[in-house]
Design a protein around this ligand. Structure first.
Ligand code: 13P
Length: 349
């Protein structure tokens, strides 16, 4: 199956009332882990690469690995997504490479660190939409700013500093025509999100619900959504790691989000922890080993287990064969003739 439109994947998820995990990749083993989990659970998938990942793996290597995944798994719909594009040029280069979806994170300036003004965000995101839609490519925007830093991208600080304003979310969706909207509700990228199990004072599910009520047909995206499970932290620390105590986003909060318009859930850290724990265990308990396969195989298996668990928890499991993917060219026609409307339905207050 060729790569499919993320818009179609999310529209189908909305119909089915489930969420779709978007898992970050940097290398072959991570792609194989995701595809293994998708096959095992019969799930549609979003595979995403940050700018850092594209640099690390080099565009051609990474993209051709994804094409291999599509060729080997014709029954699984796969969307290939640019995570946190920092500029029009980054998104354009991903589109020209063949990505079927891009995120223009205009919540930050091009340095990927400094919060941008609302008007700057609207302008650059709209520019990406105008380039992407005629080519059938999906666009995710971000309003509000997440906490933390991932692959050098992020404003840092706590997730509470720039929570999304629901009125701005409505105006942003109307003015840009994005297909999906990432919102800031207190989460951060990375392992250190919360100092205790989060409650409503730090994880603003009430804001998410308000935004969904105003924008009932807009696909919402939760970034920074690793759950950072204690068992994965413990494995890392048991075998020589030095993680400090930390809490992530509880799966039940993500499921509450899914009942309120969340269709894409970004997960990276949990997979990093799973792989690192598995590698540490081999190197710590069997120091005589030096064949990378001796630790990469358990690392890949550990990641597959986490991804399969999330696919089941997010509800995408079992839905790979529900629909026939349409081509990117047909999606482009849908944007042009208005059948894939990008004017959001806005509910009265
Ligand atoms: P985590 O660090 O919580 O896995 O978030 C990843 C993410 O949001 C990628 O954009």
């Amino acid at each position: 199956m060729p790569l499919v439109s993320m818009r179609q994947l999310l529209d189908e998820a909305a119909k089915g009332g489930y969420g779709v995990g978007a898992f970050n990749v940097n290398d072959m083993e991570q792609i194989q882990a995701i595809m293994g989990a998708a096959k095992e659970t019969n799930s549609p998938v979003i595979i995403q690469a940050s700018r850092g990942a594209r640099q690390f793996a080099q565009d051609k290597y990474l993209f051709h690995l994804i094409l291999a995944a599509a060729e080997l798994n014709p029954e699984i719909p796969i969307a290939m997504h640019q995570d946190h594009g920092n500029s029009f040029e980054t998104c354009k280069s991903a589109i020209e490479l063949g990505y079927t979806s891009v995120m223009m994170d205009g919540s930050l300036k091009e340095d990927g660190k400094t919060p941008a003004s609302f008007d700057e965000n609207v302008a650059v995101t709209k520019k990406v939409v105008d380039f992407a839609h005629p080519r059938g490519v999906t666009v995710e925007g971000e309003i509000g700013v997440l906490g933390g830093v991932e692959d050098g991208h992020g404003a840092g600080g706590s997730g509470l500093e720039h929570i999304t304003d629901p009125d701005q979310a409505v105006e942003f969706a109307e003015r840009t025509g994005v297909d999906a909207l990432a919102i800031a509700i207190g989460t951060s990228h990375g392992a250190y999100k919360f100092t205790k199990k989060p409650d409503g004072s730090v994880l603003k599910m009430d804001v998410l619900i308000k935004i969904h009520q105003r924008l009932p047909n807009t696909h919402l995206v939760m970034h920074g959504s690793s759950s950072v499970p204690k068992d994965l932290q413990d494995i890392v620390n048991e075998y020589g790691g030095k993680l400090k105590e930390t809490w992530g986003v509880p799966v039940e909060e993500i499921q509450l989000g899914i009942r309120n318009g969340v269709r894409k859930i970004n997960v990276d850290t949990d997979n990093r922890l799973a792989m690192t724990g598995a590698i540490r265990k081999v190197l710590w308990t069997q120091p005589e080993k030096f064949d990378p396969r001796d630790y990469m195989k358990p690392a890949r298996e550990a990641m597959q287990k986490v991804v399969a668990t999330r696919m089941t928890q997010f509800g995408q499991a079992g839905h790979a064969g529900d629909y026939k993917p349409v081509t990117i060219a047909e999606i482009a026609k849908g944007y042009a003739d208005g059948s894939l409307t990008t004017k959001p339905l806005v509910a009265a207050r």
